[in-house]
Design a protein around this ligand. Structure first.
Ligand SMILES: O=C(O)CCC(=O)C(=O)O
Ligand SMILES: [Fe+2]
Length: 522
C-alpha cells in the first residue's frame, strides 16, 4: 500500500535508483556484446567484399581461405549465433530486479495512485489537460485556465500514463473519468512520433478501443463509431471492432436522433457524500478561517494557563471559532521534535482504519498510514503529553487519553468529513472504558505545498496547515452529546508530505476540568 503514505513513495525513489544501476550495467554489457558481434560481422563482410568477390573461383582454391571459411561456418557462426552472453546479461538484470521485487508497487498501488489523481481532479476541479501537462489549473467559466498551484518540479504525462488512469476508471465503469483521461491518452498517442516504446502497457489502438466503448456506454454513438473507424485503420482485421462498427451503424440508422445524446456526464455516485459541495468548496479555498472582524469576540493572546512552565514561554493562542470552540496553538512543537516524532513513527506506520460497526476497516475515504506511539516510545512523546496537559488542564494519560496517533497521508491522501467521537454505542472507541472522545488535540507535524487543509463542514471554514501548530476542539457538549458542529475533514493533499499527530482525550478523568451540564448548548 505504497500509495497510502508519502513516506513509502519516498522509499520507492531508492528502489528505482537501484533498478537504474542494474539497467546501466546491463546496457554496458549488451553494448559491448553488440560491439563484438559487429566486429565479427565487419570481418566476415569485409572478407566477402575484398577476397571472395574479386577472385571468386580463385579464392576458394587457396587452402588458407578454404580452411578459414570452413572453420567459420563450422564453429565461429554458431558461437556467435548461440552465444550465451545475451542470456547471462538478461539474467543479471533480472536477478537485480528480483532483489527489489518485494518492495515494488502492486496492482492496488497503481489503482490507488490513479484514484488519488482523479480525487484531486474532482475536489480541486482540476483541468485534466493541464494536469497532463504537469500544471495544477482550474478551468474558469470563461474558458480560461488559472493556476491554483505552480509546482517547483513537475513532469508531463505520456499517452500511456493517461491510458492507465483512464483504464482504472473504465474497469469500474466510471465513464465520467475514463472519457476524460482516455481522450488525453488518444491525443498524446496520436501526436507522438514514437510508435512503440518497450515500457508501454497500452497503445493508440488500446486507447481508441476503450475510449470508443466509454462513449458508446454514455450514449455518444456517433463518436464511438468514428473512433472505432480510426481504430480499424490501424488494425483492419480486428473482428470485434468490425462487429462494433456494424452495431454502431445499425443503432444510428435505427435511432438517428441518439447520435450525440451524451449530454453532460455526471461524476460517479460511488463518491456520493451529502456534504460534498461544501467540503470541496472549503478544500478549494485552502484555508478560510473566520476573521476577527467577522466575529469581534475572536482573539489572540499569549497563554500561560496559570502554569509556571508556560510563564517563561507563553503559548501563542488563537481562538479560531466559538461554534464549535476551536483553538490554534502556534509553535506548539519545534521542528526538531516534529522530526523525531516522525522518525519514531515511521517503522510502525500501517494503513489507517476507521470504526466500522464494532470493528475497524480500511476505506477509500481515509487514505493515510498511521502509527500509535506510547509515551514510552520516545521521551518526546511523554513531553508532548505533559505539554498538552499543561495547556488544556486535561488528563491525557492512557486510558483517559489515547496513545498519540501519528498520521502520514499518501497520494491525494485525505479523510472525508467525519466525527472523531463515537456516534454509535457499539463503537470500538468504547473499548478503553473511559467514555467517548471528549476532545481532539491535533498537531501539524509538517507543512504541505498545496491542499490538505482541515475543513469544518457545518461551521463552514477551513484551517490551512500551520506547521508546528496544534488545533484543539471539544467533540462533545457538556451534557455528553456529540457536537454536530465538529464534523470535519482532512482535504486531499495536492502537493506535499502531510503529517499530523492526534491526541484523543476521553470523557472520564476530566470531571474536574470539564464540568457536566444539562444545557445542550454548552
Ligand atoms: O488531517 C487532518 O487535517 C484531519 C485529520 C483528522 O480529522 C483525523 O485524523 O481524525
Ligand atoms: Fe478527525
Amino acid at each position: 500500500e505504497i500509495f497510502t503514505s508519502m513516506m513509502n513513495v519516498k522509499q520507492a525513489i531508492d528502489t528505482e535508483r537501484k533498478l537504474i544501476y542494474h539497467l546501466k550495467a546491463y546496457i554496458e554489457q549488451e553494448t559491448e556484446r553488440l560491439r563484438d558481434i559487429q566486429r565479427f560481422y565487419a570481418k566476415v563482410s569485409q572478407l566477402h567484399s575484398a577476397v571472395y568477390s574479386r577472385l571468386t573461383g580463385a579464392a576458394a582454391a587457396n587452402p588458407l581461405v578454404a580452411f578459414t571459411l570452413i572453420k567459420r561456418l563450422h564453429s565461429e557462426w554458431p558461437n556467435v549465433v548461440y552465444s550465451e552472453e545475451a542470456q547471462e546479461n538478461t539474467q543479471a538484470l533480472r536477478s537485480g530486479y528480483r532483489n527489489v521485487e518485494g518492495s515494488l508497487p502492486k496492482q492496488e498501488d497503481i489503482q490507488g495512485a490513479a484514484q488519488g489523481l482523479m480525487r484531486l481532479q474532482d475536489v480541486y476541479a482540476l483541468h485534466v489537460e493541464g494536469l497532463v501537462r504537469g500544471h495544477f489549473q482550474r478551468l474558469t467559466n470563461q474558458g480560461n485556465t488559472v493556476d491554483i498551484y505552480r509546482p517547483r518540479v513537475s513532469i508531463p504525462l505520456s499517452g500511456d500514463d493517461c491510458f492507465l488512469v483512464g483504464k482504472v476508471a473504465y474497469d469500474v465503469e466510471d465513464y465520467y473519468h475514463s472519457v476524460q483521461w482516455l481522450e488525453e491518452s488518444v491525443r498524446l498517442f496520436r501526436g507522438s512520433e514514437l510508435a512503440w516504446r518497450p515500457e508501454d502497457e497500452g497503445s493508440l489502438e488500446d486507447a481508441l478501443d476503450h475510449l470508443a466503448f466509454s462513449h458508446f456506454k454514455t450514449g455518444n454513438i456517433s463518436y464511438a463509431l468514428s473512433l472505432s473507424q480510426e481504430l480499424l485503420r490501424h488494425d483492419p482485421l480486428n473482428e470485434r471492432v468490425l462487429l462494433n462498427v456494424e452495431k454502431y451503424e445499425r443503432l444510428l440508422v435505427e435511432n438517428p436522433y441518439k447520435a450525440t445524446a451524451a449530454g453532460v456526464l455526471k461524476r460517479p455516485s460511488t463518491t456520493y457524500l451529502r456534504t460534498r459541495n461544501t467540503y470541496e468548496r472549503l478544500c478549494q479555498t485552502q484555508g478560510s478561517q473566520p476573521k476577527h472582524y467577522e466575529d469581534p469576540e475572536l482573539f489572540c493572546d499569549y497563554f500561560t494557563n496559570g502554569s509556571p512552565a508556560l510563564l517563561l514561554q507563553p503559548m501563542r493562542r488563537e481562538v479560531v471559532s466559538f461554534k464549535p470552540y476551536l483553538v490554534l496553538y502556534h509553535n506548539f512543537i519545534t521542528d526538531a521534535e516534529a522530526e523525531s516524532i516522525k522518525k519514531v513513527a515511521q517503522p510502525a506506520l500501517r494503513r489507517s482504519v476507521v470504526a466500522s460497526g464494532e470493528n475497524q476497516a480500511t476505506v477509500d475515504y481515509r487514505i493515510s498510514k498511521s502509527a500509535w506511539l506510547k509515551d514510552t516510545a520516545h521521551p518526546i512523546v511523554g513531553k508532548l503529553d505533559e505539554r498538552i496537559h499543561t495547556l488544556t488542564g486535561l488528563n491525557v494519560q492512557h486510558p483517559y487519553g489515547e496513545y498519540l496517533q501519528v498520521v502520514n497521508y499518501g497520494i491525494g491522501g485525505h479523510y472525508e468529513p467525519h466525527f472523531d467521537h463515537a456516534t454509535s454505542k457499539s463503537s470500538p472507541l468504547y473499548r478503553l472504558k473511559t467514555g467517548n472522545r471528549v476532545a481532539t488535540f491535533m498537531i501539524y507535524l509538517s507543512a504541505v505545498e498545496a491542499g490538505g487543509s482541515t475543513a469544518f463542514i457545518y461551521a463552514n471554514f477551513s484551517i490551512p496547515i500551520v506547521q508546528n501548530a496544534a488545533l484543539f476542539w471539544w467533540n462533545l457538549h457538556r451534557n455528553g452529546q456529540g457536537n454536530g458542529d465538529t464534523l470535519h475533514a482532512g482535504c486531499p493533499v495536492l502537493v506535499g508530505d502531510k503529517w499530523v499527530a492526534n491526541k484523543w482525550i476521553h470523557e472520564y478523568g476530566q470531571e474536574f476540568q470539564r464540568r457536566c451540564s444539562p444545557n445542550p448548548d454548552e
